[in-house]
Design a binder for this molecule. Structure first.
Ligand SMILES: NC(=O)c1ccc[n+]([C@@H]2O[C@H](COP(=O)([O-])OP(=O)(O)OC[C@H]3O[C@@H](n4cnc5c(N)ncnc54)[C@H](O)[C@@H]3O)[C@@H](O)[C@H]2O)c1
Ligand SMILES: CC(C)=CCC/C(C)=C/C=C/C(C)=C/C=C/C(C)=C/C=C/C=C(C)/C=C/C=C(C)/C=C/C=C(\C)CCC=C(C)C
Length: 504
């Protein structure tokens, strides 16, 4: 390819990146008849929902606890995104969302069955029986509002009017919760400090911030959908979701190109009109969507000198969350105690919940889908928050050594739940924030934006349109934030807004 050649193919929309946010937006548009080009820098689609294969194991890169895959209501956005392009996936129901192993012997499971979960939590805090029920019941109020209506772009006034007339009570309910955080709601009903710490952990394990900074809308989704649609694992691994979406995208007549790293968003008279790849190839389209993070979009794909004031304000409110240190392990099946659960969280000291390598998350997807590992073996994906600064400035041998030491420490801690883990190891691969940055193209390997200080719920989170005409953002740096179901919502909303703009 010669430098700076432009293809003549006419596209309605170019999507930079094939994370779930990018793919849902692309497939929504393709299903409506738009011609979409998705440009993905890596060799397979999915971003954080991707996978890799080693020695007979198929590991999920990141996402493993999947919301939004139920069969009823309107909040099952992954099921709906696949259906929109006439594809589907078999899923396996997880009977327990998380088995918590927390300080001071707080050992409990979040059962799919709501009442069973409340009973188990109440058995640890009998004096808070009423408060527990009132807090989680209030989360259901948020969920029931969302689950009553079609979920599309909040930037489309005609849609807003329509849903308001169809569901006035649900809309007013959501308006009430939009500026609220889960911590404030929890403190209205609960006063036991240890139980409030548990609520912090319930939020932290997916929002990466304590309850005080976790938007109530998101808490309502997570704390209710796990009992409504449930946590469901796609057969064949999480990587099947993007693969199926790509199948649907192509069937609908649109295109994805791999190893196509966008280095520049092209502007003409201040309007986004195309993109340039690392190999000099240029593509043009009527609308450009970035599924890269906002920092990557406005500091790398566009010149930071022209950063719109709105983005500067956003950066003052939100910062990059830490990345993760990830251990992808293959282990002998007999290491796992009988009846082990798929997802675990381990923390030994409440003070360390938010620390570098404090909380450990564990996912054992082979308990749901044994085909992901050779017979007689399991996959253990253990990950813990880690900042890129911990991993900068090391020589290659120092980096290797630091990885091995960190992995050994995590395995030693995990021995508390899985005695014999170290002896049962068959395969080990360690990923650091540098790995996440390299393979996911995410600035500092970050998991996404988190509030710098306590904000008013979701009010400060931007929708899909940006201050640059023709340029939209999708994915976890847009409303409502991190999570596959959350970025799927962002994809639905982005696709809807562009479809209206283009007259589809
Ligand atoms: N449920 C879980 O267990 C779990 C775990 C980890 C992550 N997640 C979620 O996954 C979500 C991520 O979804 P997303 O849609 O925002 O994004 P993503 O980061 O998954 O995908 C972005 C995609 O864009 C590509 N890309 C980036 N820059 C590019 C460029 N310049 N040119 C071409 N391609 C480029 C990347 O390779 C990647 O495929 C996060 O919100 C996170 O919460 C969930
Ligand atoms: C009209 C008027 C007047 C008004 C209007 C109002 C309205 C309508 C509003 C609306 C709103 C909306 C629609 C909203 C939406 C939202 C949503 C969709 C949300 C979602 C969310 C979700 C989420 C957040 C999810 C998440 C998840 C996650 C993150 C996960 C993760 C996980 C992990 C990391 C885990 C791990 C662990 C272990 C392994 C243990």
């Amino acid at each position: 390819m010669n430098a700076s050649s432009t293809t003549d193919t006419h596209y309605d929309v170019i999507v930079i990146g094939s994370g779930i946010g990018g793919l849902v937006s692309a497939t929504q548009l393709a299903a409506k008849g738009a011609k979409v080009l998705v440009l993905e820098r890596y060799i397979i689609p999915g971003g954080s929902a991707g996978y890799f294969e080693r020695e007979g194991y198929r590991f999920d890169v990141g996402a493993s606890m999947i919301f939004g895959f139920g069969t009823k209501g309107t909040t099952n956005l992954l099921t709906r995104a696949l259906k929109a392009v006439n594809v589907s996936l078999e899923t396996i129901a997880d009977p327990v969302q998380i088995h918590y192993h927390l300080p001071e012997g707080l050992d409990l499971k979040v059962h799919r069955d709501y009442e069973k979960f409340l009973e188990e939590l109440t058995s640890h805090f009998p004096h808070e029986r009423e408060g527990i029920r009132r807090f989680y019941d209030e989360c259901w109020k948020v969920f029931n509002c969302l689950n009553a209506m079609e979920l599309l772009s909040l930037e489309e006034p005609r849609y807003l009017m329509r849903v308001f007339f169809q569901h006035p009570g649900a809309c007013l309910g959501l308006l009430k919760y939009l500026p609220q955080n889960a911590g404030d709601v929890a403190r209205r009903y609960i006063s036991d400090p240890k139980l409030l710490k548990f609520i912090d952990m319930e939020c932290y394990c997916w929002s990466v911030v304590p309850a005080d900074q976790t938007p109530m809308i998101n808490a309502g989704m997570v704390f209710s959908d796990r009992h409504y649609g449930g946590i469901n694992y796609p057969k064949g691994g999480v990587g099947q979701i993007p693969l199926k979406l790509v199948e649907g995208l192509e069937k609908a007549g649109s295109v994805i190109e791999y190893q196509a790293r966008v280095t520049k968003i092209l502007l003409e008279n201040g309007k986004a009109v195309g993109v340039e790849l690392a190999n000099g190839q240029q593509y043009r389209a009527k609308r450009i969507v970035s599924n890269a993070t906002r920092w990557d979009t406005f500091e790398k794909l566009l010149s930071p000198e022209i950063m719109p004031d709105k983005e500067k304000r956003w950066q003052k409110r939100y910062q990059k969350s830490p990345s993760f240190l990830s251990l992808h392990l293959g282990i002998k099946a007999n290491v796992l105690p009988p009846q082990s659960e798929c997802h675990h969280i381990l923390l030994e000291d409440w003070q360390r919940m938010e620390d570098e390598q404090g909380t450990i998350f564990v996912s054992i997807p082979t308990l749901l889908d044994p085909d992901l590992a050779p017979e007689g073996y399991h996959i253990v994906h253990a990950f813990t928050p880690s900042w890129i600064d911990e991993w900068r400035g090391l020589t290659s041998s120092q980096y290797q050594l630091k990885k091995e030491e960190a992995a050994a420490r995590i395995i030693e801690r995990l021995e508390q739940i899985f005695p014999g883990l170290a002896k049962g190891l068959d395969y080990q691969e360690v990923g650091t924030p540098r790995t996440h940055r390299r393979f996911l193209g995410r600035v500092d390997g970050s998991y996404g934006p988190i509030p710098r200080y306590k904000l008013a719920g979701l009010l400060a989170m931007p929708f899909n349109r940006t201050s640059i005409a023709g340029l939209y953002c999708v994915g976890d740096s847009t409303f409502p934030g991190q999570g596959l179901n959350a970025v799927a919502f962002s994809g639905f909303a982005c696709g809807h807004r562009i479809a209206v703009d283009l007259g589809y």
